[in-house]
Every structure is written in C-alpha cells, then in structure tokens.
Design a binder for this molecule. Structure first.
Ligand SMILES: Nc1ncnc2c1ncn2[C@@H]1O[C@H](COP(=O)(O)OP(=O)(O)O)[C@@H](O)[C@H]1O
Ligand SMILES: [Mg+2]
Length: 261
C-alpha cells in the first residue's frame, strides 16, 4: 500500500443517503474528517449516527453518495477500508470469562500477529490495565471494560477508529477514563470519529463537531465556531458565552427530534 502524505482527509463523506423503507434516515450527509483529529458526530437518539458509522465501516451500503475512508471508497474497496479501521460499538465485545490479557491475545491471534503476548502486554500498559490484566474481564468496572474494548479494537494499529457512543451507559468516572483514552489515541496520530448524544462529550474531546439532524449535517465546526452561532448574552457588565448546549438546542429545537417513523 502506498501511503501518500497528501492533505487528503482521513474520511470524506459526500451526499450519503440511506433509507429504511419509508424512513429517510440520511438525506445527503457531507463531512470531512482530518487525519489525526477527533471528530464528533453529535445527534439525538435516532438521528442516524450509527447508520452513518455502519456505512463508513462497510457494514451497510448507502443508497446514494460516496464515502472514502483512508483513501478507499467504501463501496468499491470494502476490504481495504476494513483493514484501515476499527469499530467499537456501544456494547463491548469483551469476553467476560477470559482475563483482560487473554481477550487481547485472542484478538491478536485472530489478526495473525506474530507476537500476541507482547502486543497484549503493550496495550495493557497503554490503557493502565497491567495490574488488572490477569483478572477475568467480568470483574472489571464499566470504564475498565470499555478501555479494554477500545484496546482490543486497536490491535493491528488501524489508522482510523470509529467509536459509536463510547460512553453511553458509563458512570461519570468511567466516562472520564474513556475520554482520556480517546485523547491519547488522537495524540498518537489515530483519527477518531466518535458519535455521541452528549454535548459535554463533544465539548471535551472533539476538534470538530458536526450536528446530524433530520438526515443532514446542519452545522459543522470547531467548538468555538459553533459557539459563535449564538451572540453572547449581555447581562449588565457580565458577558455569558453560550454553551454548546445552548447552540444545540437553538439549532435543533428544544422539543426533541422524534421524527416520523
Ligand atoms: N436496519 C434498520 N431497519 C429499519 N430501521 C432502522 C434500521 N437501522 C436503523 N433504523 C432506524 O433508523 C433511524 C436511525 O437509527 P440510528 O442510525 O441507529 O440512530 P442513532 O445511532 O443516531 O441513534 C432510527 O429511526 C432507527 O430506528
Ligand atoms: Mg446509535
């Protein structure tokens, strides 16, 4: 594989459409994700975040539009795309009977790596799981389990990782652990596309945030850019900056987004 050092984005999505029967979930989605960045796809429950991630990870075919991941068209080169990505879903793929280390070794074996034990130990260290590595994963806290899940998805060093709602269902402490993990990943050069319904998660992690609403990206920018969409509220001498929550609610409406189904 020739690796070009061009400024081509890690992910380029153009005009992606997807319907399930009469339900038009994606109605022309466009976005670019820069290499080495953390990109948050923000949207309410049912907005179509998972649908887009499944298209980008070749699990689902789009009805229209194109998506290029790591230089490969998802429809034309699904095998190359799969070799370039990992996908971690909302529900961890961890085997609870195995220890943390055994889970990692198993995946490394499945990926035909030469030194599965060394790979496992390096990942345990990187994710602060060395001490817990010999314990059954079933005994792990939610945050440890999710960290192990992310570690498993990194075996083989994929340049791009999809995290679909990585912290849904986690307690606040575990969420912070996962956030730290994601930040470290991006510092190491991995491109991260994460989906979330949590405004604070996007605010904490993302270099860019795109809001998916009623089938399209209605806003896409840095946190600072999104905040500029609303004028600061003037209260006497104190200037209150709008929060991402203010911006989000003003864009999508405070009433929720339940669409026709
Ligand atoms: N395979 C499917 N068949 C029918 N409807 C689906 C299917 N997958 C998703 N949907 C519907 O598409 C919409 C978007 O789903 P999803 O992408 O999972 O949203 P999100 O991840 O943003 O919560 C929802 O209304 C969901 O019920
Ligand atoms: Mg989802």
């Amino acid at each position: 594989m020739t690796t070009e050092q061009s400024p081509e984005p890690a992910i380029r999505v153009q005009g992606i459409e997807k319907s399930f029967g009469e339900l038009h979930v994606l109605r022309g989605v466009d976005l670019d994700v820069a290499r080495g960045s953390i990109f948050a796809l923000l949207g309410s429950n049912g907005a179509g975040k998972t649908t887009l991630v499944r298209i980008l990870s070749t699990l689902l075919r789009a009805d229209a539009g194109t998506a290029v991941v790591h230089g490969f068209d998802v429809a034309a080169k699904p095998g190359d795309v799969r070799e370039s990505i990992s996908l971690t879903g909302q529900f961890a793929a961890v085997d609870e009977i195995l220890t943390g280390r055994e889970n990692l070794v198993l995946v490394a074996r499945l990926r035909h790596l030469k030194t599965p034990g060394a790979v496992a130990d390096e990942l345990l260290d990187r994710f602060s799981l060395t001490e817990a590595g010999g314990r059954r994963a079933g005994t792990y806290s939610g945050g440890m389990r999710r960290r192990l899940d992310i570690a498993m998805s990194l075996i083989g060093d994929p340049p791009i990782i999809f995290l679909d709602e990585p912290t849904t269902g986690l307690d606040p402490q575990a969420r912070i652990e996962v956030w730290d993990t994601v930040k470290k990943l991006a510092q190491g050069g991995t491109t991260v596309l994460l989906t979330t319904q949590y405004l604070d998660e996007a605010e904490q992690l993302a270099d860019r945030i795109a809001i998916l609403h009623q089938g399209t990206i209605i806003q896409n920018g840095t946190l600072a850019e999104l905040k500029q969409l609303l004028p600061p509220a003037q209260v006497e001498y104190v200037e209150k900056q709008p929060s991402l929550e203010d911006v989000f609610l003003s864009l999508v409406g405070a009433t929720g987004t339940e669409k026709e189904s």
